[in-house]
Design a protein around this ligand. Structure first.
Ligand code: FRU
Length: 508
């Protein structure tokens, strides 16, 4: 999905519309006008990472390096629509509070990434931080185009850049790509978004790809030095939807943004295709990956994931929260996209991917209120709760064996978020507004919901197995109120106001 709609934006808006610049080539007054407008936009998240203005998509190369977290991400510095991809850079002491750093990688005019610095990874090679990413450029021959989405025909090559400063602020690119073309003789549907790791004394790379008419696939490479790469074989081959589409990402014949890592006693592969992030857990024999279990990482607006290890060695997942409103609206708003909160990954005993928000997010909590469904006056206490400024965390435990619903609204019947749980709705047990999700059975334990409201972003986690990121473009007239369908099913409700990570909603 991501592909076709975003690339359409580029065509429609021409290059760098100039309507939404922040401090670049604009008179200072217009730039401060825009700042003021963004800082006052109630739909703009306040505790999710995002650029100060303009468009962002995929997280790239997140890494903990020399005591700080670094996040790079797909960024259009000139407009709040997709196009002219750069790597933006932000750094953080804790994965929650971010500081914007100078753009890390920009397309080199006339270079192999002249039409875009696409997604990739950062690894530390000895003591040299090294970025491996996809560069796109016009093909010399039509047959060289590996990205064909109905809007563009691009050649995709894998490029390398190194940094020699501890803050990862400056990068030097190799003049030539490290992989100039995909393996010969394969009818591939794309060749991008390298994921790189160290294995048995050499480097490995998994590149997003697929086979025309068949399905998505991941191409596995090895290298002694990150510069000379040998293609080994497909790490895994999948099946598409069987409904061909102009953009192979839409039919599942192209898997974007592979992320492959050991977790527990298995390996996990995450891929993005058909608008969703999917997980597979299974066995990796050093050449091929055989999935045993699989599922959906997030049923809502969440795409182009990438993981990293935090300072304690936990596997942390990041993902891009795309917009769900018409392009004209986010173009006018001057910003588009946000980064999901950090999520800690683990595997259940049966190999299901589990996911919880990283504990560090709790530093943003203000003073909380707890209500127990069984306590005297519980009804009045719930009715008195207020969410101000669309910034809150809500935690709920309720009976898992009966229907339950919760509305965040304005008290006059107008709803901001409407969450319903029905254990009998097999495969669609949970719903938030119009988005449905499957929640694995709780086996006697209560249903545990965690909800983060941040402007137009609502991240909902159910038990440890389901997540839904919902977009709500509704500005309430005042604080939100909470109502629950059945107080007797409610065991416990906690509400915290959440603090902004910057004073002016511009992040860091
Ligand atoms: C996923 C994606 C990647 C690509 C990047 C370009 O959202 O399409 O495959 O590298 O975005 O911005």
């Amino acid at each position: 999905m991501a592909g076709i709609s975003r690339r359409t934006f580029l065509v429609q808006c021409g290059v760098a519309s100039g309507a939404a610049l922040l401090g670049r080539g604009m008179p200072a007054s217009s730039s401060s006008d825009l700042r003021a407008r963004l800082a006052a936009d109630p739909l703009r998240p306040q505790f999710h990472l995002m650029p100060a203005a303009n468009w962002m998509n995929d997280p790239n190369g997140p890494i903990f390096y020399k005591g700080r977290y670094h996040m790079f991400f797909q960024y259009n510095p000139n407009a709040s629509v997709w196009g002219d991809m750069h790597w933006a850079h932000a750094s953080s002491p804790d994965m929650v509070h971010w500081k914007h750093e100078p753009v890390a990688l920009a397309p080199t005019p006339g270079g192999w990434d002249r039409d875009g610095v696409f997604s990739g990874a950062v690894v530390v090679d000895g003591d040299t931080p090294t970025a491996i990413y996809t560069g796109v450029l016009p093909p010399d021959l039509p047959a060289d185009a590996t990205l064909k989405d109905g809007q563009h025909a691009w050649r995709e090559v894998q490029c390398l850049a190194v940094s020699h400063d501890d803050d990862l602020r400056t990068w030097q690119k190799l003049p030539e790509p490290v992989i100039a073309r995909p393996p010969a003789g394969l009818m591939i549907t794309g060749f991008r978004d390298p994921c790189v790791w160290r294995e048995g004394g050499e480097w490995r790379m998994a590149a997003g790809s697929g086979f025309a008419g068949k399905g998505g696939a991941i191409l596995l490479y090895s290298s002694p030095d990150l510069r000379r790469w040998t293609y080994l074989n497909p790490l895994i081959e999948g099946r598409g939807s069987g409904h061909p589409s102009t953009n192979p990402v839409d039919s599942g014949e192209m898997w974007e943004c592979p992320d492959f890592f050991p977790l527990g006693d298995r390996h996990v592969l995450l891929i993005s295709t058909m608008g969703r992030v999917l997980w597979k857990s299974g066995h990796y024999d050093g050449k091929r990956f055989t999935p045993q279990e699989e599922g959906v990482v997030d049923f809502g607006a969440y795409y182009a994931q990438r993981s990293m290890l935090d300072r304690e060695g936990n596997r942390i997942l990041w993902g891009w929260i795309p917009e769900r409103r018409p392009e004209a609206e986010h173009r006018a708003a001057g910003w588009a996209g946000a980064m999901g909160l950090p999520r800690v990954l683990s595997l259940s005993s049966s190999g299901e991917l589990e996911m919880i928000p990283a504990a560090v997010v709790e530093v943003l909590r203000g003073t909380g209120t707890n209500v127990r469904g069984s306590e005297a006056g519980a009804k009045k206490k719930v009715e008195a709760l207020r969410i101000s400024g669309l910034a809150a965390e809500l935690q709920i435990e309720c009976a898992a064996d009966r229907p339950f619903s919760l509305v965040l609204g304005e008290g006059d019947g107008s709803r901001f978020a409407d969450i319903a749980y029905d254990p009998a709705a097999s495969g669609n047990e949970l719903r938030i507004n119009n988005t449905q999700a499957a929640v694995a059975p709780a086996h006697g334990s209560p249903l545990h919901l965690r909800l983060f409201v941040d402007g137009s972003v609502v991240e909902l986690f159910a038990n440890r197995t389901a997540a839904v990121t919902e977009r709500v473009y509704r500005v309430p007239r005042g604080p939100l109120q909470i109502s629950v369908s059945d107080l007797s099913a409610l065991q416990s409700l906690d509400l915290w106001p959440m603090k902004a990570i910057s004073k002016d909603r511009l992040t860091g």
